[in-house]
Design a protein around this ligand. Sequence first.
Ligand code: ADP
Length: 344
Amino acid sequence: MNPAAPAPYAVELVALTKRYASGSAAVDGIDLRIAQGSYCCLLGPSGCGKSTTLRMIAGHESVTSGDILLENRNITRQPAAARGTAMMFQSFALFPHLTALDNVAFSLKMKGVARAERQRRAQDLLERVAMGHLSARKPGELSGGQQQRVALARALITEPRVLLLDEPLSALDPFLRIQMRAELRRWQKELGLTFIHVTHSQEEAMALADAMVVMNNGVIEQHGAPHEVYNRPASEFVARFMGGHNVLRLSAGGKVAVRNDHMRIQPLAADAGGGDGITGTVTDVEYQGTYVLLGVDALDAGGSTSVSVMVPEAAFDSRPFALAEPVHLSWAAAHAHPLSAAPA
Ligand code: ADP
């Protein structure tokens, strides 16, 4: 083996397509490479194809065409149990009548591993996730965080190379969700495993991901680090889906995305005509704590458009804007990111 050869990707999808019996492609020829040991989030609105993609990687859904490679091994036609992947589900899906230990040992029992051996391995894993002392408890006697750790141990018992997480946090209340996602991120780094996590929440994906894959209508709109995707959305869909951006039509043609905290706002009369910009009228003033969010009904090259402008609290205090006030909006050229046209 060539020692200089780069490590293979944890997962590679090649022209992967899923067509259900009815209708058009749910996943339409996607290509994706996921680095080893990375936290990858598949993100997009409901119905965009992210769960279908995850289920195809898991082997829970057949592939219409294309290939799935795990560390260079073609697993497209392999049964789920032989792939080297494990799945963690929404709300963790623990068996309520089994102890934490028996939940973790369950898949070994199915494989016919002897009782003493499977209990030893399950106990070892529970120790690893700091749950060894609670192994005799049932899920109902554990907190949400403790249940998550049991679910993680249960997924890890098959010694997967890649852990697949299908909206694991979506059934939790907002406070617990934020705690749990910090814990998932910590475990992923400690274990050094590749995690592929499906979510429809931009905030969750940005908080967790090394690499974020934004999907729409069965295709990948953009793939990159969260700060790249947020700061340089490639398409109008990504800019709108990520939020915090205005999509503006230019007189020269084309569209740009400008973050709402990068919009400059001035009273119309005070504007010295410094470069590009558009005019409008303030329609909303929302106090948000550290900043004030202004809604402006503006006129860009395409006609009327709604623009949001984030003004830091101190700046707003020194020059407040009132409802119905005419304003001038502008932005630095470096803050305007050209958007590609929506894919056909
Ligand atoms: P997401 O996870 O992004 O919400 P899905 O992958 O579940 O999206 O679904 C993608 C598309 O495939 C949707 O249009 C959905 O209705 C369709 N779909 C999903 N599962 C099935 C199925 N078992 N049979 C038929 N169509 C399905």
